[in-house]
Design a protein. Structure first.
Length: 469
């Protein structure tokens, strides 16, 4: 390393990742390390591959119909029943969906057809809703595996199996940067919770971090022996944690790119999901071995084993601590169960089995605070989207309309005539993204607190653009 690079690397140590504007200033002033390489031979090679020779060979990943693995799990699809207010189509499966965090009328979808689209949700002439295509985001040469807005809504990102991440301006659809580096598929992306750094995990065994406003590569995290399948920002963005098909978890210093903890053999099979505790130095991992683990990221110790599932734990997540003051953790599995755990003691509170014998759960999202912090929304292989009250373990709404596996879901909470309303968008193997509007009722506060199920009719007036404002 040259003397100038050493000086720049020292300067980068001063850049606090939890202050987004400081990173922006640092890049504008040229005080951060920009990683450059001219060929695949220049990409860092993991030297910390102890134990890698004992891992089974991994074949190139392809698209496998989950029915080959889990059988026909589409028992809850109801032909002719469609609760959606509107929908949009891709030419192939819709792999990822996202609502803008600053305007829930703006929708972003990414598909297996190599395209992402920005839509606006508007009122049609009949008083219902329609989706209007605003910007078609082209240029990827393989499936768009994930889409995401930055937390302030300023940027939109698309990740692809072509090995690139693209940064767009949502208002204009302008491509501002193509983030390159990974030599294989980009599996996932995640924006920094307070800034415009973006993290990605790749099948090339590495994680990558860029600064979106400039497109500069900030850091490469090399240490896994197989695909980096999931990740999280730890301690509010001060640390990076990654999980891998090699069954290990690595805690990284984002400034130096060095491992602070390398926890091997956390699971007996591939780690497929991860979330970070919003305050404590903890992450939760979910694995294809049907278990979840709680890991202390400062010590590298497993502090809790969360068992009870019988199939792959596809999603994990901490709730938004709402008006109840109760902090929850959910683990969701291809066995159809959602396990609800105490977010502090990690004792099992309940097991929700509405999807059991019907479907495996693919994803879920917790609803925002304050009133509905203990509610979550799931999507599953049976083509349904469901809203649950985790405190009561009861299904509050079942949303139908898809004819195949629902692969992704996003939610946003709004208010209509003083009553809360939930916007739900879902992407599916049926090549559609569907938009649902769920009126939660004027008495939703008491319902959420008492955990009593309710069915609230959705008047036509609630389906105006104001319902999604």
């Amino acid at each position: 390393m040259s003397e100038r690079e050493r000086e720049s690397n020292q300067d980068m140590q001063e850049v606090e990742l939890d202050e987004g504007h400081e990173m922006d200033d640092a890049f504008q002033q040229g005080e951060c390390v920009e990683v450059k390489f001219d060929s695949d031979e220049d990409v860092p090679v993991d030297s910390d591959d102890e134990g890698a020779e004992n891992l089974p060979d991994v074949q190139e990943e392809g698209i496998i119909d989950e029915r080959e693995i889990y059988g026909d799990m589409h028992g809850d699809m109801s032909p002719g029943v469609d609760d959606a207010m509107t929908h949009v189509c891709h030419e192939e499966s819709v792999l990822s969906v996202a609502l803008s965090p600053v305007d829930r009328r703006i929708l972003l979808t990414g598909g297996q057809d190599d395209v992402a689209v920005i839509w606006s949700i508007e009122e049609d002439q009949g008083g219902g809703l329609k989706c209007v295509q605003r910007h078609r985001l082209t240029g990827h040469t393989d499936s768009v595996s994930q889409v995401a807005f930055s937390n302030d809504g300023k940027y939109a990102a698309t990740a692809s199996y072509d090995g690139t991440v693209r940064i767009w301006m949502p208002e204009t659809g302008e491509l501002i940067h193509t983030l390159e580096g990974p030599s294989k598929e980009v599996e996932w992306i995640m924006w920094h919770p307070k800034g415009h750094a973006i993290l990605a995990g790749s099948a090339d065994t590495m994680a990558w971090m860029w600064w979106a406003p400039t497109g500069k590569l900030m850091q490469i995290f090399a240490g896994h022996a197989q695909s980096v399948t999931c990740g999280a920002w730890g301690l509010g963005g001060k640390l990076i944690v990654t999980g891998s098909a090699d069954r290990s978890v690595i805690v990284w210093n984002p400034r130096g790119g060095t491992p602070q903890q390398h926890v091997r053999e956390v699971h007996e099979n591939t780690i497929v999901s991860m979330c970070s505790h919003p305050e404590a130095p903890l992450v939760v991992t979910g694995s294809e071995d049907s278990s979840a683990r709680v890991i202390h990221i400062e010590t590298g110790k497993v502090v809790a084993n969360l068992d009870g599932h019988t199939s792959s734990v596809e999603a994990v997540g901490f709730s938004n601590c709402g008006s109840s003051g109760i902090f929850l953790l959910a683990t969701a599995s291809m066995d159809g169960k959602i396990q609800i755990w105490d977010g502090k003691t990690f004792d099992l509170r309940s097991s929700i089995k509405d999807h059991v014998e019907e479907a495996g759960i693919v994803r879920f999202k917790w609803l925002p605070t304050p009133t509905f912090g203990s509610w979550l929304c799931t999507c599953a292989t049976d083509g349904t989207v469901r809203v649950f009250n985790a405190l009561s373990a009861q299904c509050m709404h079942t949303l139908r309309g898809h004819s195949d596996t629902v692969l992704d879901v996003d939610v946003a909470l709004g208010e209509v005539a003083g009553a809360p309303q939930l916007a739900v968008v879902s992407g599916s193997d049926d090549k559609t993204c569907r938009v649902f509007a769920v009126a939660l009722g004027a008495s939703a506060t008491s319902v959420a607190a008492s955990a009593a199920p309710t069915t609230v009719p959705v008047p036509a007036a609630d389906l105006s653009p104001g319902a999604l404002a």
